[in-house]
Design a protein around this ligand. Structure first.
Ligand SMILES: *[C@@H]1O[C@H](CO)[C@@H](O)[C@H](O)[C@H]1NC(C)=O
Ligand SMILES: *[C@@H]1O[C@H](CO)[C@@H](O)[C@H](O)[C@H]1NC(C)=O
Length: 294
């Protein structure tokens, strides 16, 4: 009698352990990567109190807060790849390899999490240099390489990615070349985005902005939900931090939920990614859960 009670407790214990959640939720394990909505940190490397900064939390803090999609702007500087805002003279957030090392360290201790990076490469740095940074950061081991160009319905589930330990998906906007580096995927083949640098606080628009001419059929899509201020109408845009509580709210006028609803009506599916500045402000995770039906 006592033995069988322990036996059942033991079995229950095993089941609990083996049914580890995927990106924080059991219900996401069986969902395809292309059928989840993720809140993303826009310009995730620009952290601090400068007017040009986009985030309060560093990348480790963003990951700890539940963010699994990160964008970063890269530039060629001092013969290396740096994370800089427009130019390294304006804002220099250090070398790519340090940023990747922070992400790798976090992924090492969080084995059930799938992370996505969207790197911009406006300086057309050779993609092999990015691979060097991945190798030096020790993060290449987690990269995901699709077997071929994936259609929307062909993406693996989160559980597939976690079981194979290929939990890092990388997209690049420019100069990717999968013949040279197989895991750095051309963003335009998989994702489209709405207009960025919006200065209208109710986010009334959800039309596709990039790549130009695409209607987005069959692709995942990214919504740019971060608000800028046009400083004294000079055309110089800086993040509107004061408005972030309303912009990053789950519901209400100009909120994440409100723009996502508009986009869902227009595109027939929920957004795959919603990019925010200041992911520590507002209630992004509630918005994400709502959009995933959790
Ligand atoms: C990230 O921020 C946390 C909290 O402020 C801090 O403890 C940690 O050292 C930072 N990590 C890095 C790599 O700067
Ligand atoms: C996931 O699939 C459901 C059911 O078809 C759909 O309602 C939802 O919009 C999809 N989400 C994404 C992000 O594609």
């Amino acid at each position: 009698m006592i033995f069988s009670l322990f036996f059942w407790l033991f079995l229950i214990g095993i089941c609990k352990v083996s049914a580890a959640a995927c990106n924080g939720n059991d219900a996401l394990c069986s969902r395809k990567y292309s059928n989840i909505t993720q809140i993303g940190a826009h310009d995730s490397a620009f952290v601090g109190d400068l007017p040009t900064d986009n985030q309060d939390l560093n990348v480790t803090g963003q990951l700890n807060a539940g963010i699994r999609f990160l964008t970063a702007q890269t530039h060629s500087f001092l013969d290396d790849i740096y994370l800089c805002h427009t130019s390294c003279w304006e804002e220099d957030s250090g070398v790519l390899v340090d940023y990747l090392t922070d992400i790798r360290t976090w992924m090492d201790s969080n084995p059930n999490e799938v992370v996505t990076l969207l790197l911009t490469n406006g300086d057309a740095i050779a993609v092999s240099k990015f691979a060097d940074a991945y190798d030096n950061a020790g993060i290449s081991k987690y990269t995901y390489t699709p077997p071929n160009q994936l259609a929307l319905g062909d993406w693996p589930t989160l559980q597939d990615l976690i079981s194979a330990n290929t939990r890092l998906i990388t997209f690049m906007d420019y100069n990717s070349d999968t013949a040279t580096v197989s895991y750095i995927l051309n963003n335009a083949n998989s994702e489209i985005s709405t207009t960025d640098d919006v200065t209208t606080s109710n986010f009334p628009d959800c039309s596709i902005d990039r790549p130009s001419g695409s209607n987005g059929a069959g692709l995942m899509y990214i919504v740019n939900h971060f608000l800028d201020i046009n400083v004294l109408s000079t055309g110089i845009l800086v993040p509107d931090k004061d408005s972030a509580p309303a912009t990053n709210a789950a519901t209400g006028t100009g909120s994440i939920g409100a723009q996502a609803d508009l986009c869902t009506q227009q595109h027939g599916a929920s957004p795959n990614v919603i990019l925010l500045d200041f992911v520590d402000i507002g209630d992004p995770m509630t918005a994400q859960n709502n959009l995933n039906g959790l």
